[in-house]
Design a protein around this ligand. Structure first.
Ligand code: KG4
Ligand code: ZN
Length: 333
């Protein structure tokens, strides 16, 4: 019997979840609208908001699941990667609770947890599988060999794809985070504008070129052009980004002779990406895994499920464990 309280605070969501014997009981998230006027996450404000929210978010998760603090067997928290000040709030809170309740701590890698979100539903992928992990700060292809045994086989050399969505949206005058809005407008448009693709070796990506290409393209056309063609520009940018991702994912599938393919991370909530992966899955005879929307963007359920597999291994963290802004998954290239 294991009851795990999970806490996520790596960026701008304060989240808590309870996991009982590997089953997610709930997934509570407090977002931080305070950043919206700034067009991005302000780290100092993020850590203060985490401090304000963390007690009530954890209380809500416990009450909703009807679990008392005394029933908790372990506390899982995000050790990194992320904003250091934000991570420190979650880590300190988790350590305090672990000490007070006399239960062990589980330190979780946020990017591994995005992948581990695939072990929340009943139907789980078999090993080995490839997971394209796409978020605001990361774009990686991960070869998943076993629970929490992962190897990074490709990554972006510059911007993350989520950043390309968000920065592209900003150029179009859309508020942060722009990814979901690009997704929304893209549905109403057609990908009529073409941008050239970055030539990147191996299974790596580059998304800084598309940002510059879009900037020059828009500068040439003027403001009215954006107003009159917003849906088509969004559809064009989104199509470009999805194609860049899928080209490398196809290459990875060939290289590793792998037909079990997953996506994870905030950008995996993108409806165009989900549809394209479904289409490719049929064409290539892949078994594909796409997380539920609530487990794509940052959440504590994924931290808890990663914690559950660490719990089974009794891979406890010591009270002196430090949060880490950078926490890479081992690279194999
Ligand atoms: O995983 P996540 O919630 O946080 C990080 O760990 O970074 O990912 C956030 C990123 C942001 O860049 C956001 O714009 C993007 O995910 N995102 C989307 C969509 N929903 C979230 N991008 C495109 N389409 C979406 N529907
Ligand atoms: Zn994330």
């Amino acid at each position: 019997m294991s009851v795990i309280l999970a806490i996520e605070s790596s960026c701008d969501e304060t989240a808590a979840a309870l996991i009982s014997n590997g089953k997610v009981l709930n997934n509570v998230i407090a977002s931080q609208p305070i950043h919206h006027p700034y067009g991005g996450v302000v780290p100092e404000l993020a850590s203060r908001e985490h401090q304000k929210n963390i007690v009530s978010v954890v209380e809500e998760a416990l009450q909703e699941a009807r679990i008392s603090k005394q029933e908790i067997n372990a506390i899982a928290f995000t050790q990194g990667p992320g904003l250091l000040g934000s991570l420190m709030v979650g880590a300190s809170f988790a350590k305090g609770m672990s000490l007070a309740l006399g239960v062990p701590l589980l330190a979780i890698n946020h990017m591994e947890a995005h992948v581990m979100a695939h072990f929340i539903p009943e139907h789980k992928p078999e090993f080995p599988f490839l997971c394209l992990t796409v978020s605001g700060g990361h774009t990686e292809i991960i070869l998943v060999k076993d629970f929490l045994v992962m190897e990074k086989v490709g990554e972006t050399l510059d911007d993350a794809v989520g950043e390309a969505f968000d920065k592209g949206a900003k150029m179009l005058g859309l508020p942060y985070p722009g990814g979901p809005l690009i997704d929304l407008y893209a549905k109403q448009g057609n990908p009529v504008f073409r941008f050239s693709y970055a030539q990147v070796p191996n299974l790596n990506f580059s998304f800084s070129g598309i940002k510059t290409a879009l900037l020059y393209f828009l500068r040439e056309k003027g403001e009215d052009f954006i107003k009159n063609n917003l849906a088509d520009i969004c559809a064009s940018l989104q199509t470009h980004l999805i194609k860049s991702l899928m080209n490398k994912l196809m290459l990875a599938a060939e290289q590793f002779n792998c037909r079990t393919i997953a996506i994870a991370g905030g950008v995996s909530a993108n409806s165009g990406l989900r549809a394209e992966l479904q289409r490719l899955g049929k064409e290539k005879n892949w078994e594909i895994f796409i997380p539920d929307f609530q487990y794509c963007t940052d959440n504590a359920a994924m931290i808890g499920i990663a914690g559950y597999y660490k719990y089974k291994q009794q891979a406890w963290a010591s009270l002196s464990v430090s949060p880490a802004a950078r926490m890479p998954i081992p690279f194999s290239q």
